[in-house]
Design a protein around this ligand. Structure first.
Ligand code: NDP
Length: 296
């Protein structure tokens, strides 16, 4: 029987567990604050930001939302980040990606105070992650680690294949897998669009993390019997639905589940975990900045 890895359930558990830390902060007179900044009219980005704000409200984090006209000069965004860096009630800052054309993405990533960089994208935090001294683990790969942990998937000594090498998913995922620490110690291969024979790698993998953004590209024939399959992809494909589309992952779920030992669905797998880990990082940031031990 293939095990379904239920991201909604694990994310709910993480939010519940966070309550102790949020109470510890409240006892010290601190309410964690997360600022989201949106400078785009992209409907998907708007949806992501509003979900993050709703998550904050549900767990007792103060959500601060700043919206900047997408045609405004880039300086407006840089100034907003400076203001939020200086605001003591803001412990975490998230600038919704992708940024609009006139904005220098690297400047944005560098200008968020590393202590408030709950996405974990600042070069200092990337460096710390690689060096095995992470301040904030990026939300998606951290969420995947938690999913694997909750489902008792052993990473030590496992062959892990990460499909995709983006800065937000593939690279940090691979960096976590190779760390000499619990939930690491995996023999890790990173595949990408120039990989000569993707299936040759995935067929050897005990754990496959699919983060390519290509609908249903990994099917059951590309997997080893009993593998754990983590599908990060969120792809809109045309469908005969009310909205005219449906969301599918990078894995062909129906065929993959015949071979896999455990698999995440899309939606309801990695997505909710990414959101939960943002709350986790925000609470951690608040504790660190206010000198309160929140045990995260
Ligand atoms: P990017 O587009 O930044 O990166 C995609 C990566 O996949 C690249 O490294 C690319 O290779 C590689 N790739 C593309 N095509 C192939 C192929 N045919 N074979 C092997 N590798 C390939 O995407 P992201 O990492 O930002 O996101 C990946 C997917 O995950 C998207 O569907 C996105 O929507 C989703 N996502 C989901 C999240 C969640 O919470 N569930 C969070 C973040 C993203 P190359 O580098 O050579 O171009």
């Amino acid at each position: 029987m293939t095990e379904l890895i239920d991201g909604n359930a694990v994310a709910e558990q993480i939010r519940t567990d966070l309550q102790d830390s949020i109470e510890t902060l409240a006892d010290a007179g601190v309410r964690p604050g997360l600022a989201t900044v949106l400078m785009s009219d992209d409907p998907a980005s708007e949806t992501y930001v509003s979900m993050k704000q709703r998550d904050c409200e549900e767990v007792g984090i103060e959500g601060i939302h700043v919206e900047i006209d997408e045609d405004a000069p880039a300086q407006e965004l840089y100034d907003t980040i400076d203001d939020l860096n200086a605001d003591p009630e803001v412990h975490g800052i998230l600038v919704q990606m992708p940024v609009v054309e006139q904005v220098d993405k690297r400047r944005v990533l560098r200008s968020v105070d590393p202590e408030k960089d709950v996405d974990g994208f600042h070069p200092e935090n990337v460096g710390r992650l690689v060096a095995g001294d992470a301040r904030f683990k990026p939300c998606t790969p951290h969420g995947i680690q938690k999913l694997l942990e909750h489902h008792g998937v052993e990473t030590e000594g496992a062959e892990a294949v990460v499909v995709g090498r983006s800065d937000i998913v593939g690279k940090p995922m691979a960096n976590l897998f190779v760390q000499k620490e619990p939930l690491g110690n995996a023999t890790t291969t990173v595949c990408h669009s120039r990989t000569a024979d993707l299936a040759a790698h995935t067929r050897e993998a005990d754990i496959v993390v699919a983060a390519a953004g290509v609908p249903e590209m990994i099917d059951g024939e590309m997997l080893k019997e009993g593998a754990t399959v983590i599908d990060v992809g969120i792809n809109r494909v045309d469908a005969d639905t009310e909205k005219g589309y449906e969301l599918v992952g990078d894995v062909d779920f129906e065929s993959a589940k015949e071979t896999a030992g455990a698999i995440t669905p899309v939606p309801g797998g990695v997505g909710p975990m990414t959101r939960a880990m943002l709350l986790y990082n925000t609470v951690k940031a608040a504790g660190a900045q206010q000198g309160v031990d929140v045990e995260l």
